[in-house]
Design a protein around this ligand. Structure first.
Ligand code: NAD
Length: 363
């Protein structure tokens, strides 16, 4: 199989879909790996490192797409890339089809087999190629929160850890899933007082068991939320209701209860956000103020820590990439039901039930 790794073209995207170690393993398995020149720059991986791992460095995007049977990417193909997709080719990347009908139609028309990272399942029914990015965003949310609490960044000038004789900050985390648990752990590690809210009692029992003593679990309801907001220097939005928009747990009028210049980091912004006042922002201008509260709502947080994210993502994607290269998409999907759940478009038709339902296409 010829495996192609194009350079990502989306703004602020610093990840790459394959590491030199992955290139080496694919080459060892008898595949030819084409890496577009500078594809790894954003993650601090040079062309020389890929070449030393057995990859061929290819200057032109069109060449990578034109020669490879299996293309591995990070982000969905953008309109400039649509004409490069070819019938019979397999494209393995994040697509998020349900959010973009034009993309879905372009992929259907191209004849590629689209294997979407976001719908691949593990044996427990989890989404193993989403988890690493939630881990990154959860941990990063505290790092960003700490930064924007600094006064030069418009925050209230609070050090999360406090110092001897001065109390640490209070961090409220809404949602105790992958993002929330990772955020709570990092905040607690820095010494903050953490309140972690969720509606799932089993999950709260588990979190209560494994979290450090400075994390207090709370059942998520309006009463408890309003009780903790006046103490909150930093609030992390990490709620997910699968297949639905995030609920606006914090209303505009609630912001008045928070200390002035407190910070909210709404990680759930990609599903609409948990704050009524959230709207998507970018790494170029990550924050804005509403009613004296700093809002950070970057939709692709992991992009900023490209190197960590590349390694975290490829740890999870590579085993599937190798199966696709070794067996081709059809046989790989036949042999692995989890991988089959990722096949979203094949032979011009949508094969993922949720995407088909979204656009009213027949399955
Ligand atoms: P998850 O499914 O692991 O966790 C969501 C948690 O929310 C669950 O534990 C659930 O019980 C809880 N929840 C549901 N309703 C609630 C409520 N009313 N109050 C409190 N908790 C409630 O999901 P995750 O992987 O942690 O992802 C969280 C969000 O972060 C998702 O929207 C995801 O897309 C997003 N995300 C964003 C970025 C980014 O760059 N902005 C990166 C990664 C993930």
């Amino acid at each position: 199989m010829i495996v192609g790794v194009p350079r990502e073209v989306k703004a602020d995207e610093y990840r790459v879909s394959l590491t030199p170690n992955g290139a080496e393993e694919l080459s060892r398995a008898g595949h030819r790996v084409l890496v577009q020149t500078h594809a790894g720059d954003g993650s601090g991986i040079s062309d020389e490192q890929y070449a030393a791992a057995g990859a061929e460095i290819v200057p032109a995007t069109a060449d990578v797409w034109g020669r490879a049977n299996l293309i591995i990417k990070v982000k969905e193909p953008l309109p400039d890339e649509w004409p490069l997709m070819r019938p019979g080719q397999t494209l393995f990347t994040y697509f998020h089809f349900a959010a973009d009908e034009k993309l879905t139609r372009a992929v259907m028309a191209s004849g590629v087999t689209a294997v979407a990272y976001e719908t691949i399942r593990d044996a427990k029914g989890g989404l193993p190629l989403l988890t690493p990015m939630s881990e990154v965003a959860g941990r990063m949310s505290i790092q960003e929160g700490a930064k924007f609490l600094e006064r030069p960044f418009e925050g209230r000038g609070i050090l999360l850890a406090g110092v001897p004789g001065v109390a640490p900050a209070t961090v409220v985390v809404l949602g105790g899933g992958v993002v929330g648990a990772n955020a709570a752990r990092v905040a607690a590690g820095l010494g903050a007082n953490v309140f972690l809210l969720d509606v799932n009692l089993d999950r709260l029992r588990y979190l209560d068991d494994v979290m450090p003593r400075n994390v207090t679990t709370l059942f998520s309801n309006r009463h408890n939320l309003l009780e903790v907001l006046p103490w909150a220097d930093l609030v992390i939005g990490a709620v997910l209701i699968p297949g639905a928009k995030a609920p606006h747990l914090v209303r505009r009028e609630d912001l008045k209860r928070m200390p002035p210049r407190a910070v909210v980091i709404d990680v759930a912004i990609d599903q609409g956000g948990c704050f009524e006042t959230s709207r998507p922002t970018t790494h170029a201008k990550p924050t804005y103020m509403v009613d004296d509260i700093v809002h950070y709502c970057v939709t692709n947080m992991p992009g900023a820590v490209g190197r960590t994210s590349t390694y975290a993502l490829t740890n999870a994607t590579f085993p599937f990439a190798l199966q696709l290269a070794n067996k081709g998409a059809d046989r790989a999907a036949h042999d692995n039901l989890g991988l089959a759940a990722g096949v979203s478009v094949r032979a011009g038709k949508v094969t993922n039930a949720a995407v088909a339902e979204t656009f009213g296409y027949p399955l």
